[in-house]
Each structure stands twice: as C-alpha cells, then as structure tokens.
Design a protein. Structure first.
Lengths: 562, 373
C-alpha cells in the first residue's frame, strides 16, 4: 500500500503535475511566439526560411502534422502514418516520410513493426496507463527501433531537413522531440566502369552520384583511420552535402584550412555538379586552363590523397575534385603507374608532345603556307602549293572553317541520341571531309592537319584540359594568320606567361617545371620505376616527405656459379 | 613602406634569367661584332672580354653583400648621398629602358630582315612590348618561372645550331690568328666588353635571391656560361663562313641556313628565330622590370605594377625612335658609337660606387654592421 502510494506520489509529482504544468506553460509561451500560419501567398524565399526557422515542434501530433503539411505545401509524396502504441495506453504515434526516398522494408521491419509489436507486448501492469511520454520516447529510441542510425531532433527545421534527405521521422504525442530514423532507400545507379577515364589495366570502378557510396569507395581503397572526411552543407535551397577528404598527417594543414574557408564562403542557392564548386573556389577564374582536377576514378583520388592533396566529394555527381592540381596532373593517367615504368614514361612524352601539337599544328600550318613558304623543303612546298591551287580561300579562313566544322561534329556527336550517332560520323567524315576536298573548298593537307590536331587534342586524360586546348587553337590560328610565325611564338609566349602566373591553391601551376624541382621530375617528365619514387612531391607535402624506404630495387637471388 | 617586389628567385632561376638576357646578344651581336674588322678573330675578343668582366662581376657581388637587400638604386644613394645617388639612379633607369628597347628593336629588326620583310617594325615591337609589360606586371617570380621553362629550350636550340653544321666546318678558316692586327681585336674586345655591361641588371636581381651565400658563384657562372656560348658561336661562325662572316648581318641565322644534313635536316632557320625571340622577350622583360623597380624605388612609389604599361609604352617608343636602321641597332656599342657611354654607365658607376663604399667603410667601421641589420 505504502509502495503504491509512494509510487503514485512520485508519479504525481514528477510525472503528471510537472509535465502537465510545463506542457501548458510551453504551449502558452509558444502561442505567443509562433507567427500565424499563412497560406504563404507572395512570400519570398528568405521570408519562408525565417518562417521555418521560427517554427518549433509542439506536443500535439495533429498540429505538427498540419505544420509539416503547410511547410511542405501538402506535397503529394509526403506520407503520414498514424499508429497507436499499446493495447490500453493508446499513445498516438506518427511516422512521417517522403515516399520514394525510404526503403519500405527498412521502414516496416525496423521502425513500424517493432514499435507496434512492442506496444502490444508492453507489460501494462508495470506501467499502468500512466506511462510518461518522455520515458516512452527514450524506450522507443533505445530498445525498440531495429535501425543502426537514429537521431534525436528537437527543432522543426531539423525534422524537415531529415525528411527531405530520406529519413523517416517518428513523433509521439505529447513529446516535443522527434526521432529521425535512417531508412533511406531510393533507386540509384550501381557502381560501374568509368566512362570518361578508361584504363586497360587497373581498377574498373568509378564514382557514382551518391556521396556515401563514393566515400565508401575511397575507404575501401585506403583502409586507414587517418583518412578523414569533413561535411559541409552548400546551397541554400539544394542543401547539397559537400565532403572534403584528406589523409591526416600527410596533408598540409594549411591547405585543408584554405579549402574549408573557400567552401564555407560559398553562398549559392544550388549545387548540382562539382563544376559549381570548382568555379566558386578556383584560383584563376579567367584562365582557359583548369586549376582543379576532376576525376571519376577512386584510385586517382586515392593517389592524390597520398600525395598530400585534398579531395572534394559532392553529393549528386560522380566527379570528385582533387586540389591542388598542376599542369602536369592533367597529362597524367592512372594507368601510367599500373603498366611498367618504360610504358608510362613513353606515354607521358607522347601526351606532352600531343598537347603541344594540338596547340600549334593548325597555326603553324597557316603561318607557313601564308607567310613562310621558304621554310619548307622545296618538294613539300610544291606539293602543298599544288594542293592549294584551286582553293578559293586564304589559309586562315580555310583553317578556321575546318576547325569550326570539327567543333560542330564533336558537339553534335556528344549531344545526339545514340541511335543517330553513326549518321553524324558518316555525314561528317564522308560528306564534309571528302566532299569539301573534292569540291575544292579546302586542301587535303589541311584536312590531315585538322584531323591530326583533333586526335592529338583528345589525348589528354582529362576532358577539361582537351577543351582548353580546343579553345586556345582559335586565337592561335588568328595570330598565325596575321603575324605569321612571330604570331605563333608570341601566342605560345603569352600562354607560357599565363601558365607561369597561375597558381592552384598556392602551388605554382607549372610545378615542377617552373619553379624547377628536380626531385619531382621523377613523376612528371618521366615515370621512374616505383622503387625509385621514394619521396612525395615537395611542393605539396610539408612534413611527411619520405614515402617508402629506399633501395628496394628487386634483384634475382645471387647464385653460385658451378 | 610597402614591399615593391615580394618575389624571391632561386639560384637556378637567377642564372637562367641572366644568361637568357645575354642570348640575344649572343645570337645577333657578338658573333661578328659588326662594325669592327676583327674578322674571324672575334672569338679572341669575346674570350678576353669574358675574363675581363669577371672582376667587375665580383665587385657587383661584393657591393650587394655590403648592402644586403638593397638594389643599386638604393645603395647608390647611401654611398653618394641623396642627390648624386639619385642622379646615378636616373642614369641607370635610362640605361635599363634603353636596353629593353634595344632588345625589342633587335628582335623586330631580325624578323624584318629575315622572314617578314613587309610587316612594319612597330608591329613586332608593340607585340613584344605588350607581352613583356604583361609579364613584368606579374612580378619577378612569374618572370623567373618563365625563364625556368624558356632556358632549357633556348639552350637546346642554341646547342643544336652549334653542333649541326659540323659537316661544313673548315678549321683553316681560323688561321692566321690576328690576321687583321691586334688593334682590331682590341677594338672588338672593347665592343664586346660594352655589350657585356648588360649584366649590370644583376644588381637589381641580387636582393631577391633566396640563397644569399652563393651569390658570387652564381654571378661567375653567368659570366662564364654566356662567355662560353659567345665564344663557341663566334668560333663556329668563323669555321663555317671564314672570310665572308664580316658581311653577315645575322650570322646565327645564316649559320642555321647553312645546315643541311643528309637531306633530312634542312631549312632549320626557325631554330635561331625561336631562340632569339624568346631571348629578346626575356631580356626586354628583365630590363623593363628593372626599370619599373628602379623608378618605383627612386621616386618612393608605393607599388610598381601600374608602371608596367606606361614604361612599356616608353620602351616601345624608344625602340622605334632610338635607331634608324638595323645596323644602328647592331653597332650601338662599338667604340665609335655608344660603346664608351655604355662602359661609363655599366662599369664606371659600379666601380665608383665600390670605391665610395670602401672609403665609407674605412671612415666609419660601424657602417657595415648597420647595413646588415
């Protein structure tokens, strides 16, 4: 009897009275603060944001539901599920989620199922019908939900944030807190082969649109506790999660801080692709050259991290940014390291030559045929002159025309539906190429030049660098057509000066060529065998300079001569 | 006071910059030293002047060490007092601008005489100057990085010109030594010496070296490397052309034109063209930068970037106006033209400054410590 009395008294004191008073008090207080629900007619974005911020969770489920419906505009994909907890208790519980963003299996087996079951099996005699709602909240959170990730949230703003990110939110009548349960499950592209950076030998998986999958791919490549991730929210409307990744201990802390600052200073409404972040944090916004590397290969990102770079993973795009990026980075493919050293070195030389060729071949052709015929061997001069015999245009117009039609073909080839693709190549190759020559509009030599240039320009492993070369070719041709070889040299010099002036997050763009750092040439000009690459790039790493132990050259075991 | 030039350059970059500054002279002026009649003995003159230049270079280094962190514009005021020192500064500014214009003009003239005879001179000068001004505006560090890239290219091209004509050399062309008498060799030495004076720009670069210890070694390397290239080039031209060489306007260009190997390597005139355009560009930019820095220091300006285009315009105007023909430009520093003046500016001024500094040091022994603070 005494026990019951005492129990009742405690409950009276602690539970009923206190909770009743506080509930009434809070409700009164809220009533005053909460702006009157409106139909949002003519509301601006910032007004809406302020309104959402001013809203709070209330004990009454129905009111919460109304508010959520009001803020989400009663969107058709918003789903409310009302439950009753306990056979006798009958505590109203509401589960909210956005349809399509949660996995129904996880929702049923992890959330709704266990909650209902627990309610039915609850020993009523232990609690009577006066189960404290806050205790019930803790009970559900700790003992009922069969989910790995459950967050307690107190603000309506947070509830909304979790909702639109694919969480199911559980609300209990009388409690001004909610449980955000991770039951994400939307349909998504699987990890597939890279489409823009193909290798013959090497890992064949690429990043996908899901940030979490991408961080997983990185973790699986670098299984180290020192691989750190940091999340930022960018985009006032899209609320895109941007994750930076680095290896603590290798990376220069100053670089990480710089990246943090630059990302934090972004104020934009939407981020759809890594290009948005790239354009808002790069050092040389007016440069035709990219100063941030983007790649879809996890192994490439991992290699960059191990050199002391920072990666930026953006939710919703398979392209990950790696910074800082120097000019040499864009002429490097992952496969250089997977094939043997000689192959890698040779391919790099080919790439550097191709870059130069793509930039200068058409302009040199224009300069020489227009101004300096005497620079060619006689027989070649005669042959080109014979080809240009019937061509009605000067070389510069001819070159611009052909280069432009090549750009047309390229763009059409990318944008067209796959089914019509072959048509374009036939029209382009046969009709434009062959017919233009036989009609005497362009000379065959120029067709060869433009074709060779086109192939050379696509040899860069990173597409954004190819585009830069494409762009720069046109001013080069115009310079060549007006100033001849002098113009070509001046154009190259201007590009060189620009490249020397550009930096990427503090690192000069032409490192290690200028400033010359000979110890880094082992991995830029050539690709030395792995056992000779004992150090990390000096320009990136401040403390952890040594990468592996030296003198690892493999040798056959010494044999006795019999 | 604000820092005018925040950049630092490494020893390698210093050598690259200074040697490149000399490439233009190496390719166009030095091999024949036109205007003198030393003929095939020019290489002796070049060799002698190289040796003669060494002590002067060491004086420049020592001056820089006595006044660490200061350019010649600043320490000339410390040594000679504010007024005389400023006068010296003014003279040097004119010299720097003249040298910058000289580089542009010689390169432009080389184009007009060789491959583009119909294009007006001003087109080349204006284009070159616009680029130089743009580069000088970016500061010393960008310039040094550009030199880092350009240096190996130019040296490679130069060595190519020097090696490829091996099948057409005639060693008897060097004989007899001193064919035109030693007098003409002395005259040529004088001219070569005056051209060497362009290394005075080192005094503007010394304060921005990031390794102070090896300054002397770097200066000597520059003198020796450029002297070696000059000598080699004049010997090669003498070997190939012999008595004809005096009549060549652009000997390096003629040399490359003479190259013909097994019907594969021929018509390589582009090589010296590229080399001297790049060399001229670097020289013009270095002197333009030096002039900008000198003006900013002399007139106590708070920044020098905005000077790039005005001074560049001055350089372009000088380039057109300073010389009437290509021969004027090429013979600028011969004994009968502006050679004595060049020697006065480049050699007399530093030597006087050095003596003055030594006297000051003797009078006030604490002067040196003060300077190092």
């Amino acid at each position: 009897m005494g026990v019951i009395w005492g129990n009742l008294r405690t409950r009276m004191e602690k539970g009923l009275v206190v909770s009743l008073i506080s509930r009434v008090w809070r409700r009164l207080r809220r009533r005053k603060k909460t702006p009157k629900p409106q139909d949002f007619a003519g509301a601006t974005l910032s007004e809406l944001f302020d309104f959402i911020k001013s809203q709070e969770l209330v004990p009454d489920l129905k009111e919460n539901e109304d508010r959520l419906k009001q803020i989400l505009g009663d969107s058709s994909d918003l789903t409310f599920r009302h439950l009753m907890f306990g056979r006798e208790l009958k505590v109203p519980i509401m589960v909210v989620h956005v349809d399509g963003m949660v996995g129904s299996e996880a929702l049923m087996n992890g959330l709704i199922g266990p909650v209902l079951e627990k309610g039915l099996r609850l020993p009523e005699e232990k609690y009577g019908d006066h189960l404290n709602r806050d205790e019930l909240f803790a009970l559900i959170k700790q003992q009922v939900l069969l989910l790995s990730s459950v967050h307690e949230v107190a603000e309506l703003e947070e509830v909304l944030d979790y909702l639109v990110r694919g969480h199911a939110v559980l609300l209990i009548d009388g409690v001004t807190k909610a449980l955000a349960c991770e039951v994400k499950g939307w349909s998504e592209r699987n990890v597939e082969q890279p489409t823009t950076e193909v290798v013959v030998r090497g890992p064949q998986h690429a990043f996908v649109e899901n940030r979490r999958v991408n961080t997983t791919l990185l973790r699986r490549t670098i299984a180290s506790p020192l691989l750190w991730f940091e999340d930022f929210k960018v985009g006032a409307v899209t609320n895109t999660i941007v994750t930076i990744a680095y290896i603590k201990g290798i990376v220069d802390d100053g670089l990480v801080e710089e990246v943090r600052q630059r990302i934090k200073s972004i104020e934009i409404d939407a981020v759809f692709e890594s290009g948005y972040i790239e354009e808002l944090i790069e050092d040389a916004p007016y440069s035709p050259f990219p100063t941030i590397l983007r790649t879809e290969r996890p192994d490439k990102v991992a290699a960059g991290l191990l050199e002391g770079r920072v990666a930026i993973i953006i939710d919703g795009t398979p392209y990950v940014l790696v910074i800082p990026a120097t000019f040499a980075t864009f002429l490097t493919a992952a496969e250089d390291y997977y094939e043997r050293a000689f192959t890698g070195s040779f391919i790099r030389a080919v790439r550097a030559f191709a870059f130069f060729l793509a930039l200068t071949l058409p302009s040199t052709y224009v300069a020489i045929t227009n101004f300096h015929q005497e620079l060619l061997p006689t027989s070649l001069t005669l042959s080109i002159a014979a080809q240009r015999e019937g061509v009605p245009f000067v070389a510069i117009l001819e070159a611009l025309f052909l280069e432009f039609s090549f750009e047309l073909l390229r763009e059409a080839g990318i944008r067209l539906p796959k089914a019509i693709g072959p048509t374009i190549s036939i029209v382009g190759a046969l009709i434009l190429g062959e017919a233009a020559v036989s009609a005497g509009l362009v000379s065959p030599a120029l067709v060869i030049v433009v074709a060779a240039t086109a192939i050379a320009s696509f040899i860069s492993p990173i597409y954004s660098m190819s585009i830069s070369v494409h762009l720069l070719r046109f001013p080069m041709i115009i310079l060549a057509g007006t100033l001849g070889l002098f113009g070509v040299i001046m154009g190259l010099a201007a590009i060189l000066i620009h490249l020397c002036a550009v930096r990427s997050f503090g690192v000069p763009y032409l490192t290690p060529l200028a400033p010359m750092i000979l110890s880094e040439w082992k991995d830029t000009v050539v690709r030395l065998p792995l056992w000779q690459m004992d150090t990390r790039p000096k320009s990136l790493v401040k403390q952890e300079y040594i990468r592996q132990s030296p003198r690892q050259r493999p040798q056959p075991p010494k044999q006795d001569d019999n | 006071m604000a820092v005018l030039e925040g950049g630092k350059i490494s020893g390698k970059q210093f050598v690259a910059l200074t040697v490149l500054t000399r490439i233009l002279a190496a390719l166009i002026e030095a091999p024949t030293i036109s205007g003198t009649d030393a003929g095939h003995d020019v290489w002796i003159a070049v060799l002698i002047s190289t040796i003669l230049v060494l002590p002067w270079a060491l004086i420049l280094v020592h001056l820089a060490k006595m006044f660490p962190g200061k350019t010649i514009i600043e320490y000339s005021q410390d040594i000679l007092g504010p007024w005389l020192g400023r006068l010296v500064g003014l003279v040097l500014i004119v010299y720097f601008i003249q040298q910058s214009a000289h580089a542009a003009r010689v390169a432009a003239d080389a184009y007009v005489t060789t491959i583009m005879p119909e294009t007006p001179l001003i087109v080349f000068i204006a284009t070159l100057t616009a680029l130089s001004a743009n580069c000088a505006r970016c500061g010393l560090e960008v310039l040094a990085r550009a030199a880092d890239i350009v240096f190996p290219i130019v040296i490679f091209l130069l060595v190519l010109i020097l090696v490829l004509p091996f099948n057409i050399v005639d060693f008897f062309n060097l004989l007899p030594i001193a064919a035109y008498g030693w007098g003409s060799i002395v005259e040529a030495t004088f001219s070569s010496f005056a051209i060497f004076g362009e290394l005075l720009v080192m005094t503007m670069l010394f304060p921005y070296l990031d390794e102070k210890k090896d300054t002397g070694r770097l200066a000597v390397t520059t003198v020796l490397v450029s002297g070696f290239l000059f000598t080699w080039l004049s010997i090669m031209i003498a070997l190939v052309f012999g008595p004809v060489m005096e009549s060549l306007i652009l000997p390096a260009f003629s040399l490359s034109r003479a190259i013909e190997l097994a019907f594969v390597v021929e018509r390589v005139e582009v090589i010296p063209l590229v080399a001297w355009t790049l060399g001229a560009g670097v020289k013009q930019t270095v002197f333009l930068w030096a002039a900008m820095l000198a003006i900013a220091q002399l007139f106590n300006l708070s920044e020098m970037k905005s000077l790039a285009y005005p001074v560049g315009a001055l350089v372009a105007a000088f380039g057109v106006w300073l010389f009437s023909t290509v021969f004027d430009a090429l013979q600028f520093f011969t004994a009968t033209e502006f050679g004595p003046l060049g020697i006065l500016v480049c050699y007399a001024i530093p030597v006087v400054l050095y003596i003055g500094a030594l006297i000051r040091q003797a009078v006030r022994p604490s002067r040196r410590e003060e300077g190092q603070m």
